[in-house]
Design a protein around this ligand. Sequence first.
Ligand code: ARG
Ligand code: ZN
Length: 881
Amino acid sequence: MSTSENKIVELAHYRPTDFVLERVDLTFEIDPTNTKVDARLIFHRRDGVDAAAPLVLDGDELTLSGLLLDQNEVPASQYTATAQSLTIRDLPESGPFEITVTTFINPQANSQLMGLYRTNGIYCTQCEAEGFRRITYFPDRPDVLAPYTITIIADKAANPLLLSNGNYLGGGNYDEGRHFAAWFDPHPKPSYLFALVAGDLGVVEDSFTTMSGRDVALKIYVEHGKEPRAAFAMDALKRSMKWDEERFGREYDLDIFMVVAVSDFNMGAMENKGLNVFNDKYVLADPDTATDQDYANIEAIIAHEYFHNWTGNRITCRDWFQLSLKEGLTVYRDHEFSADMRSRPVKRIAEVRHLKSEQFPEDAGPLAHPVRPTKYREINNFYTTTIYEKGSEVIRMIATLLGADDFKKGLDLYFERHDGDAATVEDFVKCFEDATGRDLSQFSLWYHQAGTPLVTASGAYDATTATFTLSLEQMVPATPGQPSKEPMHIPLSFALILADGTVATATGVTGGEVTGEVLHLTERNQTFTFTGIASRPVLSLNRSFSAPINLHLDQSPDDLAHIARHDPDLFARWQALTDLALPSLIQATRDLQDGKTVETPSALITALIETADDESLEPAFRAQVLTLPSEADIARELGRNNDPDAIHAGRTSVLAAIAEAGVSTFQSLFQTMRPDGAFSPDAQDAGKRALRNIALSYLTYAEQSPAPVAEAFSDADNMTDLLQALTLLAHRFPDSGETEGALGAFLTRFDANPLVIDKWFAVQATIPGAATLDRVNALMNDPHFTPGNPNRVRALVGSFAFSNPTGFNRADGAGYRFLASQILQIDPKNPQLAARLLTSMRSWRSLEPQRADHARSALLTIDRSATLSNDVRDIVERMLK
Ligand code: ARG
Ligand code: ZN
């Protein structure tokens, strides 16, 4: 991180270290402002390395306090120490030697939340990607693996709990009211997976018996008094462990698995070996304080971090260019887990919405980069939706290309061949090639070419020859550093749906490879001809979103409605309804800009209300269909010259037309769609709540009165319903007495629960319209707003910048100026958080000229600062390029 050295790291420069690390033995003497770290490291010179080569260790803001070589003090002439590195010369030519490094660090003053820091009195670490070098001088890179022994000494009263990776060795009392604990992790690991936790926490305990009959102790540590809110996370953990055994044959490999929830955390969670550290937002839940979305997130993130034990820890990354090797694969695994725990098509719809709203804009803007990048300036800026979500889609495509059985063969080979390795994306792909004999070289372009491919398709039916012809063209747009692209291997799942709703089976196909229901598009232009199609079919293409592409397929509203009614793939039905809705939303935006009145096509209205009424469809699916493309989706579709106010107004008028036509449907859904019995966070009940709540949202457009929503707010007996009512009040009737009352009541009730107060901040920060900036500014002075806490900042500043298109993109540019001043204030304390917030402006070039000008000025204000972190410097320069 931090200091703004203009150093680019390049994949092409990768080479292994000169010295091999054999063992790590760390002793921590915990102190709030002066923690002593003794690191004993055993190395030997790698075979063939020049005897004169020095040992160079990484540091970040460190001061060296002691240095021994084989227990003898090293003379000053033999080493050079700076804050960023420690270089030791004249080391033995062969055989192992021991280096002992002593540093003192200040956890209390560590506001970056990287390395060892203190949060709410708890000491904890975050070492990925390069935080370990803030603890001690070390070869801090993922291809240096060793077993670790850890001793922690701390004041016993303040820190009864002393945790690290691996298995507990023992502990006891020490001098002056202190005690110690020792841990040993037998699995060689890179430093980014190191963790230490010390403090006073409550615990929830359980156990799991693995497939080979070993007992594993499970412990989730949370603040005292919050133990009951960890029950769901524990249940999700046990289900994850079981699922990974059944689905992928992966068994846990230590005697204990621990999760610690902390309140100050830069990201979601971290998969440290045997000791996951979590943002408490993704652990704590009960019906009064967590929404259905919170429950789903907790389940997914608990699973994600647990799954990293194999995809990330047992097999790690050779270098940070390979980040998607662990992240893409682990996201794929957690998606599959959630799909098995919940409704597969509904889960897929949610994933694709997320991919399109977060990753597609990244891939279409100045921050676009390949899934396997070749250079970076600040690795923390590469924890992106491209690495995670597109990386997962690439693996999903491998599964689609190969089929389930061959995919499993390839993955089994990967686990077998690379267990214990620091591997590369190429190693991974090669396992699928070796296991199946399939050539994936063209497919690998998905890792190397950035940008969302555009596929243009058109179908034609010829009754005289009973053939259906599908012409496809692919184009991958230019992205930073990649002006021209090669054609990709794009797996397109498809069906030809006949008039009676059945799926046609062709007698033959020419023009390219087809395996089962998958077309393999490999050329720039390619035409597939299907024979033996007795009557005109409707083409359903890219079903289940088999490839992460933009698809241009001109289909009539009738054909889309046909897919929406008949496709056996529910995802395809949702996609068809979305494709039906988008042109109307775009037309509405244009009509309003041209001063015309908006006419919402009755075909769209009918299709939506028909779906809402269809009791054969699961409620969660119906809720997804009724949730129209967002303002951001419309902006992305428009692509350029965007006016967020017009988009908002256009979308609002379409919603109003649907609401008016469907008022009786929405009323009855609101009245009847309630789960029976006691609260359950399961997918079925959550689906009912989602459908009921979207019905209520339409009613606010039909009835134009806050009264029914205020009543729903009073009646709510769980956080999902309560928050939806609060959101509708605030967003639809911001100036009403009902809204003021509800915001006040909510604050009073949840005053002591910061995670819930975050929802209160976010609801207000996302009220549409220019007036919200003043409200956000006022909320910055609310005593609940603690600016050092990333969750608070994301709830207020982040929600405003990322999720309030009309408020943030105020025509006068005040939203951008606000964000710029926030970035400059946050950056010196927490550069990672500042850089992340700044990415909210990544689509600034697609705004209309006046707003784009204001956005550029705000970016230039940041750019002109002389003291930017490397993190923010990297983002702002790429955005202005
Ligand atoms: N490996 C973690 C996860 O995805 C993310 C940690 C990223 N941390 C960071 N400071 N960049 O589960
Ligand atoms: Zn991860």
